[in-house]
Design a protein around this ligand. Sequence first.
Ligand code: GAF
Length: 394
Amino acid sequence: MSPATDAAAAFREVHGRAPAGVWSAPGRVNLIGEHTDYNDGFVLPFALPHRLAAAAAPRRDGKLVVATLGDDGQLQHSGPLDIASLEPRSIGGWAAYAAGVAWVLREQGHTGGADLVIAGDVPSGAGLSSSHALECAVSLALLGVAGVELGDGAPGTPSRPEIARWVQRSENDFVGAPTGLLDQTASLCCEDACVLFLDVRSGEMEQVPFPLAETGVRVLIMDTRTKHSHAEGGYGERRRGTERAAELLGVKALRDVSVDGLDEALARLPEDLVPLVRHVVTENQRVLDVVDLLRDGKLTEIGPYLDASHVSMRDDYRISTAELDLAVDSARSAGALGARMTGGGFGGSAIALVREADLDTVRDAVENAYDRAGWRRPRMFTAVPSRGAGRDEI
Ligand code: GAF
């Protein structure tokens, strides 16, 4: 069974008929480039093999009816929601993400009701973008049942980057989470076996080969199973801080400050903004350095950049937690080539780049460290870069 077949089976159970189609979208990890997206900077995510699928059929009454299949096999139902009367912030909980997409598509002229049933295996609350996977799957499903073809952005054929911007708008304006463009773009635009180098300012993208198996290394994901939430204070506070710094420096965004000009820029800022700016500027440079190494086929040499990124998020951006630090530090001490927290922070997941031969040692070391701390062990798994969102054969 796959998320797509699960969603289709659940759709038949709920509606007593087959869906018109199934569309799915992956979660992501960000290899490096954190909190750079809303500063017009660079990011380097890859799509997880884990996906959320939306089985869908059109409705003629303009309503959106959503059911999601939980890990416990139980269906949770929303709605019916009248798409024409959706208003920003009018809905809470998981249904807000699906409703937000219907709202933004309505704003773009793509109205149309639908029955949706969602199933999948992206761990939720793990900082692996399950909410964006849901939004991206729902956006493709709603466009799909409305007969809208994806294209190059010409009128009537929205492109994937354009849909990513719509999804961002639904989150910012409808859900009320001030997130950037990283996660939606990763879910919609990533490709198999590659990391996606995205320049958020220009929208330029490069699929950079990330040959894990051929190099004998793995990416170990360590879900600390501790809380993270972007709608709450810490994320927005950091974002506002970096925007204020850009304003004080007289630049459009911190992307415009280079590492060479960093000291001079920091000298002009109030003390509280210094570490925030240092993180963003050095993180952008680390993304560029890692991309250069990957283009040169030097995957095993990127570890120190992952480590430096973690230190920068821990000490300067202050978005790490004791659980994330312990996962990162114990993985490193047990021989990981590099490790860092991934995503927005304040909990969620860390990643470690590990040689295949060291995988068990690293896993054991992390578990032992957690046991010694008296904490619940992280959920750990390896993941390879996978395909982005799309329609599934069922
Ligand atoms: C979260 C946000 F949704 C992204 O836009 C990005 O800012 C990330 O945190 C940090 O890099 O996942």
